[in-house]
Every structure is written in structure tokens, then in C-alpha cells.
Design a protein around this ligand. Structure first.
Ligand SMILES: [Zn+2]
Ligand SMILES: [Zn+2]
Length: 327
């Protein structure tokens, strides 16, 4: 199979022919149609996450069809999504308390397990999702992480009337639609002078869009930080009202500068969101077509995965980048 391979963090992916993975017991072999490009892929490729499997096929927003199966859950030809959470132990205190996203021994697709920047991927069928109808393969791919993690972050933000989103990329463009569907008011915070992202946010229903480090037009009840920028934490805490929650949704962030306790005082909550549970996936895949979430995507052929990553690194993707794996 054709694949894009990371040999060493900090280097470009290499186009390669690899042996097709054989699905083991309880796994499905998935013929990949599309794979979304996530900021987490960048953190893996750039060496910001420790100890990836090497060599590694990145990619954890996989949409494809079951080509072979060592399990019983899916039939051949069925469309499935393969997400970031690839395996959990089922026995640790986190797994046993409905928090498998925090499993001590969890393994993640496109990080410790080979992912979807390839024509075939083998995945544990228990962690795959049926993909909702009404989305083509390319449009569905960003639902698998940008959508899922965004949904979990939104849920953990509480029940805000006024929601701030910091960093307007793949996740925020989906969360905006879900939050509007829930009747929330959305405020989008972008890099200073990023008029294109601000216009994009307004077009999706944000009532205000402006610079992340500037003042918000009014107090927020909650904020979600998608950009991997620690400076945004004190900025968001400054923007939320008493009792408000700031959620850090990314897996990696630059250091958070020190800030006066006053910013946290007033029962403000600062928290992160880590990974996803299968329940998040089931809930979100059921919700997305009811909103309905429309994903805005930029597509790249599989062989141009390095270009897709470079554009994402430069903040030049509108919506979500997706690799078209099957021609
Ligand atoms: Zn566990
Ligand atoms: Zn992701």
C-alpha cells in the first residue's frame, strides 16, 4: 500500500510502499478513502509529543470502508471512521469509571498505532464509529477529531450563553455550528488582523470576531482555547465572567505565562480536555447530522501530506485540511 511515513520527528514525511496491515482478531482492515489532517498530527511530526511509534503512519481522522475483518461488528464494505482513541486497557481506574479517555495505557491512532495517511489501516473495531450518512468521505473526515474533541470541549465548557472560541480552525468552525444550534452566542478570537478567519467565523454564525489578545465586546460565560498558545490562557481568563470556565482543548500548548490570582478568582475554572471516549463519538455522530454540521474542507492528495501540514502550521487552512487517499 501507499503511505506517508514519519521516520524521525522534525523531518518531512516520506512517501513509501508498505506491506498491507493484516487485521488481527477483533480488528478491521479499512481501505482509507479520506483522512483529516489535525493539529495533533503537526505536534507528532514536529516532535512536540513524546515517543511516537517510529516509523509511523500519522493520521487519526480516517474515513474508509471495511476491506477485511477479524471481528464481528462491521461487515465488509461498511463505511467506518477510525478516531484518535485506538485502544484502552479496560481495567485501570479511569477505564472502570467511564473515563477511558484518561486510560493509563491508552494507545492512539497515528501516534502509537499506524494511522490513516495510507491506503489501508488496521483498527480495533470496538473503537471505530459508523459514519453518518449525508456526508461524503472527505466532508466526514474532520468530524472524527476536530468535531469530536470540539464537542467534548463544548460539553465541558458548561452551559454558556456567551461562548468564546480562541483559534478559528477545524474544531472551532464545527463547534460554532453546534453552539449556534444550541442557542448559544459565539465570539471568535483569532490572530490580530486575520480578517479572513474573522469573516469565516461570522459567516458561520459568530456574532462577533476579533483579535484574541484584545478586549472582548462583552464578558463571556465560557471560552475554549484551540490554538496551542499559552498566552491565550490569561487572555481568556480575563474575558470570562465570574463562574466562567476556560477549556484548553489541544494536546500541546506553549508555556502559560504567570498571571495574577485575580484572573482566576471569582470561581473561574481553568481545565483541559484530553482525548475522547467512545461515548463522545457516539453522541457527536448522532448530533452532527441534526445540526446539521457542514464541514468546510481543503483537500490534498495523499502524496501532498507535507504541504497540507505546512499550510496548517502557517495557519493558512480555511476550515479543515483533508487528504484524499482514494482517487
Ligand atoms: Zn485503562
Ligand atoms: Zn486530532
Amino acid at each position: 500500500m501507499r503511505a506517508m511515513v514519519l521516520d524521525r520527528p522534525g523531518t518531512r514525511l516520506r512517501e513509501a510502499e508498505l506491506p498491507a496491515p493484516e487485521p488481527g482478531r477483533g480488528q478491521v482492515g479499512v481501505a482509507v478513502d479520506a483522512c483529516g489532517v489535525c493539529r495533533t498530527d503537526l505536534h507528532v511530526v514536529d516532535g512536540e509529543l513524546p515517543e511516537p511509534k517510529l516509523p509511523l503512519v500519522p493520521g487519526h481522522q480516517v474515513v474508509g470502508r471495511v476491506a477485511s475483518t477479524g471481528g464481528e461488528r462491521f461487515a465488509g464494505g461498511e463505511r467506518v471512521g477510525v478516531p484518535w482513541l485506538g485502544w484502552t486497557c479496560g481495567e485501570c481506574r479511569y477505564c472502570l469509571s467511564g473515563r477511558e479517555n484518561l486510560c493509563d495505557r491508552a494507545r492512539f491512532t497515528g501516534y502509537q498505532l499506524d494511522g490513516g495517511y495510507a491506503e489501508l489501516v488496521a483498527a480495533d473495531e470496538r473503537y471505530c464509529f459508523p459514519v453518518p450518512e449525508g456526508y461524503d468521505d472527505l466532508q466526514a473526515a474532520p468530524l472524527l477529531c476536530a468535531g469530536l474533541i470540539g464537542y467534548r470541549a463544548l460539553r465541558l465548557a458548561g452551559d454558556p450563553e456567551r461562548l468564546g472560541l480562541y483559534g478559528f480552525g477545524a474544531s472551532a468552525h464545527i463547534v460554532t455550528q453546534v453552539a449556534r444550534h444550541q442557542g448559544r452566542r459565539v465570539f471568535a478570537f483569532t490572530r490580530a488582523g486575520d480578517n479572513e478567519s474573522q469573516g469565516f467565523a461570522r459567516g458561520l454564525g459568530a456574532e462577533w470576531a476579533g483579535d484574541a489578545l484584545g478586549p472582548p465586546p462583552e464578558e463571556l460565560d465560557a471560552a475554549i482555547i484551540f490554538a496551542p498558545v499559552g498566552d491565550l490562557v490569561p487572555a481568556a481568563l480575563t474575558a470570562v465572567a465570574k463562574g466562567g470556565t476556560v477549556v484548553c482543548a489541544g494536546i500541546h500548548m506553549s508555556d502559560i505565562p504567570s498571571f495574577p490570582y485575580e484572573l482566576l478568582w471569582g470561581e473561574r475554572v481553568l481545565r483541559s480536555v484530553a482525548n475522547l471516549t467512545r461515548r463522545d463519538g457516539e453522541e457527536f455522530m448522532e448530533l452532527a447530522p441534526r445540526v446539521p454540521v457542514r464541514t468546510e474542507i481543503e483537500t490534498f492528495p495523499l502524496a501532498e501530506a507535507n504541504e497540507a501540514l505546512a499550510r496548517l502550521r502557517a495557519g493558512r487552512v480555511r476550515g479543515a485540511a483533508v487528504l484524499q487517499v482514494r482517487d
